[in-house]
Design a binder for this molecule. Structure first.
Ligand SMILES: Cc1cc2nc3c(=O)[nH]c(=O)nc-3n(C[C@H](O)[C@H](O)[C@H](O)COP(=O)(O)OP(=O)(O)OC[C@H]3O[C@@H](n4cnc5c(N)ncnc54)[C@H](O)[C@@H]3O)c2cc1C
Length: 427
């Protein structure tokens, strides 16, 4: 395919979705084009009105979010967007718990808690200020031609040179792009989320800590309780989770040990997030970014970080290299570390699932009590502070730790834990 653009010489980019990925791409296109002396017309479609509608998220911003916003977008993270600073993480199995903090440096960068809808609104306002046309409409379909892309939206039809898919896992968009190109949406997990409002005093006494759970239930891969400004958010994720799954988890002994106050589950919100990269996530005249490309770390951490970075690199490649599949393939190099880590993350996910199902995480937590490096590795996994690749490398670098773990697993299995748990396996 040629890299032809409109006769006017202005590159016309159509972005579907104004979440972190779409906004980051729009901002980067306008700013980089201006630095390069290129003419670009960016049009962004976002059908949600942030404030009334929202994107499903717990709102934990993992380091180095401040640096990412600054380096990739030239933006600061306004203090008023931050509701809380997370000082540490509890990791719970059904029987054991361990408290994890970052001891890798004397002055660790902490995770921040935001109201996601404010972050999305903030980024989109910056996009608008840069002169991008934002249409508050849903895109319904698209067409690819040798010399242009056509988008059909609820407010009309639009022509451009390239489509940037930043629509998350929106089913209609995934199917439309799949029908027209080689794109295959990523596999995903379902999530159920609820908010508990036990009163400000109880929310504050909950502490600036996230509680992560690896329960021995087949249906839940992980769950978490996160303190926000005036409430606590609970999330459960798995292949198939429902509001009942969440209610049952919240009523379980391990959860009640943490939630020491009466609470009611009112509204439950459903969402999903990808667990592997999409196939053919770029091609002639299209590129997908963020969740649409499946560029999110398993256990959902750093989805926002990755979305912003992918938006930046998509813009860079479109401007510097062009809009053909070949030109856009550079994104695989720019994103090699993240893409490579998705497969390590997948392995970590499968291991965690298997270990928690047979209570075999208990020996890991037992060894971690007296092994600072293992505690750090668990912290890095739960908080998304380091790549899974680095975590695995560090873990296997110590033969004595492998021996300790093997011994602990041996005791666990010999003492019947494995068989007892396997017998009881299920809910
Ligand atoms: C329950 C849950 C909790 C999470 N918690 C965290 C967390 O704490 N921290 C974190 O970093 N990540 C978290 N994630 C992951 C994170 O939310 C995503 O990785 C991130 O939002 C991806 O950004 P995105 O811009 O690619 O997609 P999205 O944020 O999904 O944005 C896509 C946008 O496209 C718009 N759109 C879709 N279809 C159309 C259409 N046809 N026309 C017009 N607009 C359209 C949508 O309205 C939406 O605004 C969580 C995910 C889930 C499901």
């Amino acid at each position: 395919m040629s890299d032809s653009i409109s006769d006017s010489g202005t590159l016309r980019v159509l972005i579907v979705g104004g979440g972190p990925a779409g906004s980051a791409c729009a901002l980067s296109l306008v700013r980089q084009a201006s630095r390069m002396g290129r003419r670009v017309k960016v049009t962004l479609f976002e059908h949600k009105s942030f404030g009334t509608h929202y994107n499903q998220c717990v709102g934990v911003l993992s380091p180095p979010i401040v640096q990412i916003m600054r380096d990739y977008l030239g933006l600061s993270l306004p203090g008023e967007l931050i509701q809380r600073t997370i000082k540490g993480y509890w990791l719970h199995t059904d029987r054991r718990s361990i408290y994890l903090t970052d001891s890798s440096t004397a002055d660790p960068e902490l995770s921040l808690v935001t109201r996601r809808v404010f972050l999305d609104g903030y980024l989109l306002a910056k996009v608008e200020k840069e002169g991008v046309d934002i249409f508050p409409a849903r895109v319904t379909d698209m067409e690819f031609n040798s010399d242009r892309v056509n988008l059909y939206a609820e407010n009309g039809s639009f022509e451009g040179d390239i489509l940037v898919g930043a629509f998350g896992l929106d089913r209609q968009m995934c199917e439309a792009l799949e029908r027209k190109t080689g794109y295959r949406p990523p596999d995903f997990l379902e999530t159920v989320v609820t908010k508990m409002h036990p009163g400000q005093e109880l929310v504050n006494s909950f502490g600036d800590q996230i509680h992560a759970f690896l329960p021995r239930r087949k249906d839940i891969e992980f769950a978490a309780l996160v303190p926000k400004g005036d409430h606590i958010t609970a999330i459960a994720a798995g292949r198939r989770v429902t509001s009942s799954t969440l209610r049952e988890f919240l009523a379980s002994p391990v959860c009640l040990r943490v939630l020491k106050f009466p609470f009611q589950v009112k509204d439950v919100f459903k969402g999903n997030f990808p667990i592997c990269p999409a196939k053919h996530f770029y091609g002639d005249r299209y590129i997908t970014i963020g969740d649409s490309a499946g560029l999110v770390r398993p256990f959902k951490g750093k989805g926002i970080n990755t979305a912003i970075i992918s938006g930046y690199f998509a813009a860079k490649n479109i401007l510097e290299r062009g809009i053909s599949r070949k030109a856009l393939s550079q994104i695989e190099n720019d994103f090699a570390e993240q893409i490579g880590d998705l497969w390590y993350g997948r392995t970590a996910r499968l291991m965690a699932d298997y270990l928690s199902r047979f209570s075999a995480f208990d020996p890991v937590l037992e060894v971690a009590e007296n092994d600072q490096d293992l505690r750090q590795a668990l912290f890095d996994s739960v908080s998304a502070h380091d790549t899974y690749h680095n975590i695995f490398k560090r873990l296997i670098s110590s033969p004595s730790r492998i021996l300790k773990l093997a011994r602990a697993f041996g005791y666990h299995f010999l003492l019947g834990g494995f068989l007892r748990d396997a017998g009881r396996e299920g809910k």
